[in-house]
Design a protein around this ligand. Structure first.
Ligand SMILES: *Cc1c(COP(=O)(O)O)cnc(C)c1O
Length: 396
């Protein structure tokens, strides 16, 4: 793993332009300091790299294929590759970060792992790695999400994790995150908080992006083999908090030949108010320890987000993506529920791959924007659709 500060547009205090930082209560200062110190001295060492690399290969199944989708390419008249994070163990990219984070926790001597989860993918990934490493695991999950992602709840329980349904707010990811932070404040000594995306106070966004950067590292190698050049013309990824996108963009962030495209969840439409499109509908504020774009009222109350997809149903966005979007480095589309559903059906019927609802938002960009016949377009297929079957059956 290479040194992130040479690649990420982040300064020593965790600022991406004016976004990021660490806005945390006094009681967490020590935790964050210890974490930052451990991250700086352990992640990236030969010892860490060896263990992380081995687990990514033998346990997660990396490298994941970069699959040239011929029928989809023909349909859209451009060259489409799918980065198959859906083939990772546990079904999404989240496991990359869970392994790196829990390795760091173990290195720090922590015995208890807590996590928040939306779609349940991060909870499952964290519970999986805790089972693997023999650590206690507590997962906070909004009660609404517990209802709509039942298979993942059962998986976490079977893996030995305690799932705590959160009853506050609209009972989704934001509320679960609040509860996890509260737990961390109460149990600073033995507990390590594994955040599931490139959100939260510094150093989390940088750390999670770095654990996910293996995605673009592999894309480079794989494109060099298949296309004879180690970069695409475009990379498209969906953005909830931004971790799969950060991983897919990472090694191309400073390469202006590569267009970076983010798909956020439009919900029922940005103008309806029932949306999770933070970049389109948000304004600058602070959420979960970072200055970033936030969906909020004029007096700073968080607006409840809405998306058909539990993994994108978040009223904030990682500071890296707030920076990329406002500086013009990334292009951002708000993809509505119905567009994502159509894109999911198209991929399933043209390639025999059933995508996660989150990833379907990235696929739907192909319906919104034209790409050239000779373009190489890489779509990060962040996860598989098994967990979304109930939703798909209801709407399709
Ligand atoms: C959690 C999740 C996402 C959204 O999270 P990011 O941090 O933005 O990547 C996207 N796709 C899948 C399959 C997920 O599980």
């Amino acid at each position: 793993m290479r040194d992130s500060e040479k690649v990420l547009p982040v300064d020593g205090n965790g600022y991406y332009g004016r976004f990021g930082g660490a806005y945390i209560p006094e009681i967490l200062h020590r935790n964050i300091e210890d974490l930052t110190e451990a991250y700086r001295t352990y992640v990236g060492t030969d010892e860490f790299n060896e263990g992380f690399g081995r687990l990514l290969r033998d346990y997660v199944g990396r490298p994941t294929p970069l699959y040239r989708a011929d029928r989809l390419s023909e349909y859209y008249g451009t060259g489409v590759y799918l980065k198959r994070e859906d083939l990772c163990h546990t079904g999404a990219h989240k496991i990359n970060n869970a392994i790196g984070s829990v390795m760091l926790a173990r290195h720090m001597g922590k015995t208890r792992i807590i996590a928040e989860t939306g779609a349940g993918q991060h909870g499952v990934a964290t519970a999986t790695v805790c089972a693997l490493m023999g650590l206690e695991c507590v997962v906070y999950m909004g009660a609404t999400d517990v209802g709509r992602q039942r298979p993942n709840v059962e998986r976490m329980k079977m893996l030995g994790a305690t799932v705590v349904p959160v009853m506050s707010g609209n009972r989704t990811l934001k509320d679960a995150t609040n509860e996890a932070i509260r737990d961390w404040c109460c149990n600073p000594r033995d507990t390590f908080y594994v955040i599931g995306s490139t959100v939260g106070p510094h150093p989390y966004p940088e750390m999670v992006a770095r654990f996910q950067s293996v995605i673009s590292e592999e894309i480079k190698t794989q494109l060099a083999e298949s296309e004879g050049r180690d970069y695409p013309d475009y990379v498209i990824a969906c953005v909830g908090g931004g971790s799969n996108a950060a991983g897919a963009f990472y090694h191309f962030l400073r390469d202006e030949r590569v267009g970076l495209i983010a798909a956020e969840a439009g919900g029922k439409g940005v103008e309806t108010g029932e949306t999770a499109a933070t970049i389109h509908a948000g304004s600058e504020g602070i959420i979960h320890g970072a200055r970033t774009l936030v969906m909020q009222t004029a007096d700073g109350q968080i607006v409840e987000p809405y998306s058909i997809s539990a993994g994108l149903d978040y009223p904030g966005i990682g500071p890296l993506h707030a920076y990329l979007a406002t500086s013009g480095r990334s292009e951002v589309f708000a993809i509505n529920d119905d567009e994502a559903l159509r894109a999911a059906m198209r991929l399933t019927r043209t390639e025999g791959i059933l995508p996660a609802l989150e990833s379907s938002h990235a696929l739907a960009v192909l319906d919104r924007r034209r790409f050239g016949a000779d373009d190489v377009v890489v779509i990060n297929l962040s996860g598989r659709g098994d967990k979304d079957m109930e939703t798909y059956l209801k709407y399709l």
